[in-house]
Design a protein around this ligand. Structure first.
Ligand code: AMP
Length: 299
């Protein structure tokens, strides 16, 4: 029932109205693995440079994450900088330094190959496909993508989409991928490309799940204080995949429960900079907020 998560492990610089931090732990694989680690044994795949602090690896290992698939290469770790506008809804990318990530070509350790659950965070679709081809018989695989691949690597993206069961994508990218401005029609068009389950992230407005049972809307949890929205989408994916893997079921109910777990994890993520909220977060707090979600939406 293990979950394999593939993606970036990074050092981030973040500027937000609540403050600025430099060279903090980031990366899609870090956020996603830590979020899923609350539910299921998670096997991470990524690459760091030789400048990556051991304390970050120790933190990931302390969450029970298997790091056999995180290799250390000579050179600099992937670095990314972002600045948030006052509303926190918009951010500018200040820089992206690929470093060792430029030559990232994920090779899964033998003990990962029987994983039943696979999440392919935002990397080149050719590499995502390469990972899918290594895993023997996943029960459910899902992927993320971004505008860069939609514009520049469309054919490879479509080939990979044809092989996954789930796509996690933000609203603008769903429109860009399909040419449909209406999100319901965009989701239909994506499902025609392969994935039976499509989750459209809508930032502070939550997410929409489209599957064979119809559509399900999950709100984002209303928070009094948000420090750093970085990684919300990746924590969301971790909560979703972790919840599915732990439950071992792919029924419409299980998918809907997983979307709420996704939203719960994302809501904790943004309360502090980097992955700091996860340093103290407990499973009991997750379960309590899950119950608050019920009250939030029941009428
Ligand atoms: P999110 O806020 O969910 O978009 O995720 C932000 C995280 O993704 C940050 O921690 C970055 O280090 C990482 N990131 C930013 N750009 C990229 C990229 N082009 N490829 C992979 N990871 C990235």
């Amino acid at each position: 029932m293990g979950l394999v998560v593939v993606g970036s492990v990074a050092l981030d610089d973040i500027e937000a109205p609540a403050g600025s931090v430099k060279s903090v732990l980031g990366g899609a694989a870090s956020y996603c693995s830590v979020a899923s680690s609350y539910f299921v044994r998670t096997q991470a795949v990524g690459v760091t440079g030789d400048d990556f602090p051991q304390e970050h690896l120790d933190f990931l290992a302390s969450r029970g994450i298997d790091l056999a698939g995180v290799t250390r290469a000579q050179g600099r770790t992937f670095r990314w900088g972002g600045r948030y506008h006052a509303s926190l809804n918009q951010r500018d990318t200040l820089f992206t330094e690929l470093g060792v990530f430029e030559r990232f070509d994920p090779v899964l350790p033998p003990e990962y190959l029987d994983a039943e659950w696979v999440f392919l965070a935002n990397i080149h679709p050719r590499l995502q496909l390469g990972v899918l081809e290594q895993v023997r018989a996943p029960r459910f695989s899902a992927m993320d993508t971004m505008n860069f691949w939609i514009e520049g690597s469309r054919a490879e993206l479509e080939k990979t989409l044809a092989r996954v069961a789930g796509l996690v994508i933000n609203d603008d990218e769903a429109r860009q991928l399909t040419g449909e401005s209406n999100l319901v029609r965009a989701a239909d068009a994506i499902r025609a490309l392969g994935p039976t389950t499509v989750i459209v992230k809508r930032g502070e407005h939550g997410a929409l799940l489209f599957d064979e049972a119809g559509v399900f809307a999950a709100p984002a949890f209303p928070l009094r204080e948000v420090q750093d929205p970085t990684g919300a989408g990746d924590s969301f994916a971790g909560g979703f995949m972790g919840s599915l893997a732990a439950g071992g079921s792919l029924t419409p109910d299980a998918l809907r429960r997983a979307v709420i777990h996704w939203s719960v994890l994302a809501s904790f993520c943004v309360e502090r900079f980097s992955l700091d909220r996860f340093r103290t977060l407990t499973r009991a707090e997750i379960d309590e907020r899950f119950e608050q979600f019920r009250r939030l939406t029941r009428f």
